[in-house]
Design a protein around this ligand. Structure first.
Ligand code: ADP
Length: 378
């Protein structure tokens, strides 16, 4: 429930008290709004008094009579415009003067309420203004979030790419200056580390590409019947070089016949991320157990690891963009913090769900449930 402040500026006491009475128990609710609006009414009898209240209380809505003693309604509008205040104004007009209406609209009024008005006329005008205010707030929030994501995107990119580039440059300079010896074999260590750094940069770039590819809609024309067992086997092959380095054993158990209708690209993003995380955040010599099972309507994939685990607190934000757990154990593991947020978005496109169980120090289980045949779009 949000309260909008309404200021009524009119020299007729009857109008002011009428507005107060009508709006005091009025509530605006729309199915698309996630909050209801109620109203708190403030009254001013002159333009000067109105300006004082505007400066002090910053109303959201102004109901403004044009014909006032002293400073006129259009004068108050001008004041608001000059101070660049964000107040939605409806003019209360006793007679329809086109000239005043044009000037008031030019000066920022967005609605007109004829005088005298019925309670219903006032309510429908206030309802319109409330909708406008709500949409403005939502748009503002979306712009801000968009900007925040773009900013995080750039800072992650520059930070995550700078470190491996510096390392690579250092190793190449060592070789150029022959610091470890004359022979290429003297540099095996540096070459291996360079390749590892390049692999890190490559996976970061892949994550960013997936992230920018994320759609708000599924591409239904790309959906086809897929065998999940085959797709997961392919993902395991992709991750295998890293698993060998970590001496992590990956086991796959496919039960029943897990056929799903989906876009293979989407499924690959899900499997690659979950399986590579299970290896990346594992312990040296650990295990990853993957099972694929079916129920009547769903295919269920579970990826279980014997890794470092995730605390309850970190689990809460696990699927948020750029979220990475910062700890002694993760400090040398490269990543963008985007993988799981992408995975969750895709799963939601298919009306599926993802759940995580985890015990710090013991391991984690990620379980994905996807409908075998997702609903087609309306
Ligand atoms: P990234 O791996 O690129 O950092 P993700 O979005 O895939 O990003 O994962 C977010 C964070 O969640 C990781 O940084 C890691 O801290 C944690 N995490 C993900 N999967 C696991 C896992 N299987 N075990 C432990 N921690 C994990």
């Amino acid at each position: 429930m949000a309260v909008l402040k309404v200021l009524v500026v009119d020299d007729e006491p009857g109008i002011r008290s009428g507005v107060s009475r009508i709006l005091t128990n009025y509530q605006v609710t729309y199915p698309f709004m996630d909050e209801d609006y109620t109203f708190e009414v403030m009254e001013a009898a002159t333009g000067e008094e109105g300006i004082e209240i505007i400066d002090r209380d910053r109303p959201d809505i102004l109901l403004l009579d044009n014909k006032l003693p002293g400073i006129q309604g259009v004068g108050v509008l001008e004041y608001i415009r000059n101070k660049k205040l964000d107040i939605v104004t409806a003019m209360i007009t006793s007679y329809a003067s086109l000239e005043v209406a044009v000037k008031a609209t030019r000066d920022g009024a967005s609605d007109f309420i004829p005088k005298p008005f019925t309670p219903q006329e006032l309510k429908s005008s206030i309802e319109n203004i409330s909708k406008q205010l709500y949409l403005k707030k939502v748009t503002h929030k979306m712009n801000k979030e968009g900007k925040k994501i773009r900013y995080q995107f750039l800072s992650v990119l520059s930070h995550e790419l700078k470190a491996p580039l510096n390392a690579l440059e250092g190793y190449l300079r060592m070789m150029q200056e022959k610091q470890a010896g004359e022979n290429i074999d003297d540099y095996t260590n540096q070459i291996e580390r360079s390749l590892h750094r390049i692999q890190g940069m490559r996976s970061l770039i892949m994550d960013l590409l997936d992230f920018t590819k994320i759609r708000l809609e599924r591409k239904d024309e790309k959906m086809q019947e897929l065998n999940m067992g085959e797709l997961v086997s392919n993902s395991i092959v992709t991750v295998q070089p890293y698993a060998i380095q970590m001496e992590v054993n990956i086991n796959l158990d496919v039960k029943n016949n897990p056929v799903i209708t989906a876009d293979p690209e989407d499924m690959n993003i899900i499997f690659n991320n979950l399986i590579s995380n299970a290896v990346k955040y594992n312990k040296f010599g650990g295990r990853v157990d993957i099972t694929i099972d079916t129920s009547d309507d769903d295919v269920i994939l579970s990826v279980s690891d014997t890794g470092i685990g995730i605390s309850d607190e970190d689990r809460e934000n696990l699927f948020t963009e750029f979220m990475r757990v910062k700890s002694e154990q993760t400090k040398n593991i490269t990543g963008s913090g985007l993988g799981l947020s992408i995975v969750k978005k895709i799963i939601e496109l298919y009306n599926g769900k993802i759940e995580v169980e985890s015990t710090p120090g013991t391991g984690s289980i990620f379980t994905v449930t996807l409908p075998k045949k997702p609903l087609t779009k309306m």
